[in-house]
Design a protein around this ligand. Structure first.
Ligand code: CAO
Length: 434
């Protein structure tokens, strides 16, 4: 024989019109005694409403946002007599008899052989639940328990996806997934304390946008490089007055052929020449850090700014290409990058990278090495400067260069020698022929 049991709101301390914040079950669900079926919310706290009986949910009589008070029937449940807990058996029997003579309002009339029991739930207030603005997690005890079981510090989940930012089980699961997949980003496993989460909505209106895949991957990679490589940046300036005059002539000649020659191709040429002079810049450390691998090929990566983030296509065998060929390939690769059409092979095999911000501006910056490469050359905007020639100041076009290198592989003296060598090649491009 089975019984239909009405689950009602018990005495909740003279609080009327409490809002239903979550409905955790639906008709047909089999529930256990003490399983939370609803979450109620007042201005100050949330409360779990546990089922007082085991059985199958027949009907849910409330929805999220409804107001309930003591005595409100929230659900009906069919239960085998021996499954139901009967904390107040005598009272239940009496109530069941009353139900037989006086059917409950808004409860569909049960089959005759199923006497109705009204079992007021023992409501569990969640005193420690507070709003996220108070710095504490906004979650039900069931979710807190779930988080504890997974070893998650729930206060690290700043905002949940439930109503009013409530943290749901799903948020806890997503948090665990994020920590597992982005361990490097949070500093997990490095012994470095994670940055504290901040609820920016406390200070004003915000708009939360997920990072795209390129940004997420770049971020992970940058953190890993930042934490693994001892990096030093060396700054210098190249006098490119003559180089620019030649570039302008060349550009005018090439205009009809649709090739645009920017300072970058000359910088690639000068970098290649310096790499030949200093082979330790065309190396990578082996994974165990015990060996230095010298490369006999010269592939140059170029950082390209795209609407989706930074990508680094690689010009393969750049040493075997002319200025015009490099300019053409640079144009094609940056176009492909901006259209999101680069293939993984287009971005692999780089020996050293150039990050040129010269088309935008800047006077200096400290680029991050594109590991496992051992150095990166940063370039910012050339400008006219007064330069002392031994007798007088003369106006010269000076190009700022920023060389960041992995100090495990490159000594400071070689770092400065290398960048000075690049300035020499750029200062007199005839030297590139030697
Ligand atoms: N000084 C002065 N002018 C420069 C210059 C420099 N160092 N570098 C380029 N210019 C000029 C070019 O001659 C061109 O002038 P015109 O339009 O009059 O011909 C203009 O600036 C624009 O150049 P560009 O940026 O389109 O072309 P580029 O070959 O110099 O650079 C590319 C190509 C793909 C590298 C660049 O477009 C880009 O994306 N740069 C951003 C890279 C980046 O985000 N790096 C940061 C990574 S974090 O480490």
């Amino acid at each position: 024989m089975s019984f239909i049991i009405e689950l009602k709101i018990p005495d909740i301390g003279n609080v009327a019109d409490v809002e239903v914040a979550e409905v955790l079950v639906q008709p047909g669900d089999v529930v256990e005694v003490e399983q939370t079926i609803l979450v109620l919310e007042t201005d100050k706290a949330t409360m779990d409403l546990p089922s007082t009986a085991a059985g199958t949910i027949q009907e849910i009589k409330v929805k999220v946002g409804d107001q309930v008070s003591e005595g409100s029937v929230v659900a009906t449940l069919s239960s085998a007599e021996d499954q139901a807990t009967a904390p107040v058996e005598e009272e239940e029997k009496k109530e069941a008899q009353e139900q037989e003579t006086k059917p409950a309002e808004s409860v569909p009339e049960p089959p005759k052989e199923e006497p109705i029991k009204e079992v007021p739930a023992k409501i569990e207030p969640a005193p420690e639940v507070a709003t996220s603005t108070a710095g504490k997690a906004h979650a039900t005890p069931a979710v807190r328990l779930f988080a504890r079981e997974l070893g998650v510090d729930i206060s690290k989940i700043q905002k949940g996806s439930g109503r009013k930012g409530r943290i749901l089980k799903e948020d806890v699961k997503n948090f665990v997934k994020k920590v597992m997949s982005e361990g490097a980003v949070s500093g997990a496993g490095t012994g470095i304390p994670a940055l504290p989460a901040v609820d920016f909505s406390k200070f004003g209106e915000i708009d939360e946008q997920p990072l795209n895949k390129i940004k997420r991957l770049t971020g992970k990679n940058l953190i890993s490089v930042w934490l693994n490589l001892p990096m030093v940046t060396q700054h210098d300036e190249a006098d490119i007055t003559e180089m620019e005059a030649f570039r302008k002539t060349l550009n005018a000649e090439q205009k009809d052929k649709g090739v645009k020659i920017t300072p970058l191709v000359f910088i690639i040429k000068a970098l290649l020449a310096a790499m030949r002079d200093y082979p330790q810049f065309n190396t990578s450390l082996s994974a165990d850090g015990e060996k230095l691998i010298y490369k006999k090929y010269f592939n140059i990566g170029i950082a390209v700014d795209t609407p989706n983030g930074l990508v680094v296509p690689v010009i393969k065998n750049a040493d075997q290409k002319s200025i015009i060929e490099l300019a053409k390939e640079m144009g094609e690769l940056s176009e492909k990058a901006r259209q999101g059409k680069l293939m993984p092979a287009d971005m692999q095999g780089g020996c050293m990278t150039i990050s040129s911000l010269g088309g935008i501006g800047g006077t200096a910056f400290t680029p991050i090495v594109n590991a496992p490469e051992v150095a990166i050359l940063g370039v910012t905007r050339a400008s006219m400067k007064p330069v002392w020639n031994g007798q007088e100041f003369i106006p010269r076009l000076m190009l700022p260069l920023d060389l960041t290198y992995d100090h495990r592989v490159i000594d400071g003296a070689d770092g400065v020698r290398f960048v000075v060598t690049i300035t020499r090649y750029l200062g007199d491009i005839r030297r590139l022929l030697l």
